[in-house]
Design a protein around this ligand. Structure first.
Ligand SMILES: NC(=O)c1ccc[n+]([C@@H]2O[C@H](COP(=O)([O-])OP(=O)(O)OC[C@H]3O[C@@H](n4cnc5c(N)ncnc54)[C@H](OP(=O)(O)O)[C@@H]3O)[C@@H](O)[C@H]2O)c1
Length: 337
C-alpha cells in the first residue's frame, strides 16, 4: 500500500493524483492532519485518514500496512521546528512496519547554504553548510533519514526540489503568490535580484518525480535533485509569464475573450521589511544565481519535465477558472526593477 503523509498539501495532493495514474498501482491511503481533503484527493481509489504525525501512535496507525510512505508533510516557517519530531516519528513508524518499508521524502535544497550557492549549480554531493537554523534543521532531517537507511531500519530516498509553482492556491510558492495571483493587477511586486538565475520546479513534475523514485529500486539510499522546469533569470521567468498572460485571452474559450491583449504590468521592488522575518534566512537565494543541477536524476530515469510555457498555461488556467481573491498589498517603494 502507498501511504501519502501531507496528502492535503501542495506536493502531497499531486503525489496522490500521480499514484492514482499508475497502472496496476497499489492501494492508496491519503493522510492529513485535519482529515479534510481537497477534491481530487477524494476519490473511490483513495482512502482518506486523519492522523497527527506529532503523535507517534496516531502516525503508526496511519501507516499500518504501508509498503511505501511518501513523506510530504510541510510546516509554516513559524512552526518549522515541528518537522524534527515529525521526522523522528516517520522513521519510527516506518521502522515498526519492517526494514523493507520505503520512505520517499519531499525535501528542499536549503541545507547547502549560501556558500555552496556561490560555487555554482547545486549538486547532491555538496556539503551541508547552511548557517541559519532552518537550513541546519533541513540538513539534520535528511541526515537522520539516510542514517536510518544505512542502519537497515527502512529504505529511504530523498527528492529535493527547488521553489515550486503550479495550479493551486499555494501560500508558500514565490511565483504563485507574487506573480500568478497578481495577474491582471496594475503592477507586480517582487524581491531579489531580477538578473540572477533562479531554478523553479513545476509542482506536478515534482510529484511525478517522487513517484518515479518511489517505484524504482535503484533510487533508495540516495538523494536526488528533482528536474526543474526553468533556470532563467528571474526577470526572464516573470516577464515570460506576464507576456503569456497578456495574450492568454486570445487563446482561451470565447467567453473569456477580450478584444485587446492586456497591458504588461511593471515589476516593482518590494521593501525588505515587507518580507516575513521568518524568511530572511533564505533571501540569499534571490540575491545570487540559484541553480539546481538535476543531471543525476535525468541521467538515471526516463523523465521529461513539462515545457515551461505549458506549465505557465496550466497555472494561468487555474487562476482564470478559480477566479480572483483579495490580494495582499505591499508598500510602494516607487522603484521599478
Ligand atoms: N515551498 C516550496 O517551494 C518547496 C519546495 C520543495 C520542497 N518543499 C518541501 O516539501 C514538503 C511539503 O511541502 P508542501 O509545501 O507541499 O506542504 P504544505 O502544502 O504546507 O502541506 C503540508 C501538509 O502537511 C500536513 N501536516 C502538517 N502538519 C501535520 C501533522 N502534524 N500531521 C499530519 N499532517 C500534517 C497538512 O495537513 P492538513 O492540510 O490536514 O493540515 C498539509 O496538508 C515540505 O517539507 C516543504 O518544505 C517545499
Amino acid at each position: 500500500m502507498d501511504v501519502v503523509l501531507g496528502a492535503n498539501g501542495n506536493i502531497g495532493s499531486y503525489v496522490v493524483n500521480e499514484l492514482r495514474m499508475v497502472k496496476g498501482g497499489d492501494p492508496i491511503r491519503a493522510v492529513s492532519k485535519t482529515g479534510k481533503f481537497i477534491t481530487f484527493v477524494r476519490s473511490y481509489s483513495v482512502k482518506g485518514v486523519k492522523a497527527n504525525a506529532l503523535d507517534l501512535n496516531s502516525l503508526q496507525t496511519a501507516v499500518k500496512g504501508a509498503s511505501t510512505i511518501y513523506h510530504c508533510i510541510g510546516r509554516p516557517y513559524a512552526k518549522y521546528s515541528e518537522l524534527r519530531l515529525i521526522m523522528d516519528n516517520v522513521i519510527q513508524a516506518a521502522t515498526k512496519e519492517g526494514p523493507h518499508t520505503k520512505v520517499v521524502y519531499a525535501d528542499v535544497v536549503h541545507m547547502y547554504g549560501r556558500e555552496s550557492t556561490l560555487k555554482g549549480p547545486l549538486t547532491e554531493t555538496m556539503p551541508h553548510r547552511a548557517q541559519g537554523p532552518k537550513g541546519k534543521l533541513r540538513a539534520e532531517l535528511a541526515e537522520k533519514l539516510l542514517q536510518a537507511h544505512k542502519e537497515g531500519r527502512l529504505q529511504a530516498t530523498i527528492g529535493r526540489g527547488s521553489d515550486y509553482f503550479g495550479p493551486g492556491k499555494m501560500y508558500n510558492s514565490f511565483l504563485n503568490t507574487y506573480v500568478f495571483e497578481k495577474l491582471g493587477c496594475s503592477e507586480i511586486r517582487l524581491f531579489g535580484n531580477l538578473d540572477k538565475v533562479h531554478s523553479f520546479t513545476f509542482i506536478p513534475d515534482f510529484a511525478r518525480a517522487l513517484v518515479t523514485l518511489g517505484k524504482s529500486e535503484k533510487a533508495f539510499g540516495q538523494v536526488w535533485h528533482i528536474p526543474h522546469i526553468c533556470s532563467f533569470t528571474l526577470r526572464k521567468t516573470v516577464e515570460s509569464i506576464l507576456k503569456f498572460d497578456s495574450t492568454y485571452e486570445l487563446h482561451v474559450p470565447p467567453e473569456f475573450w477580450d478584444n485587446e491583449p492586456s497591458p504588461i504590468p511593471p515589476i516593482r521592488n518590494m521593501a525588505k521589511t515587507q518580507i516575513s522575518p521568518e524568511y530572511q534566512e533564505f533571501l540569499y537565494q534571490w540575491e545570487h544565481d540559484w541553480q539546481v543541477d538535476s543531471t543525476k536524476f535525468t541521467q538515471a530515469f526516463s523523465f521529461s519535465s513539462t515545457p515551461f510555457l505549458k506549465a505557465v498555461e496550466e497555472t494561468c488556467e487555474y487562476y482564470y477558472l478559480a477566479g480572483g481573491e483579495e490580494l495582499p498589498k505591499y508598500e510602494d517603494t516607487g522603484k521599478i526593477i
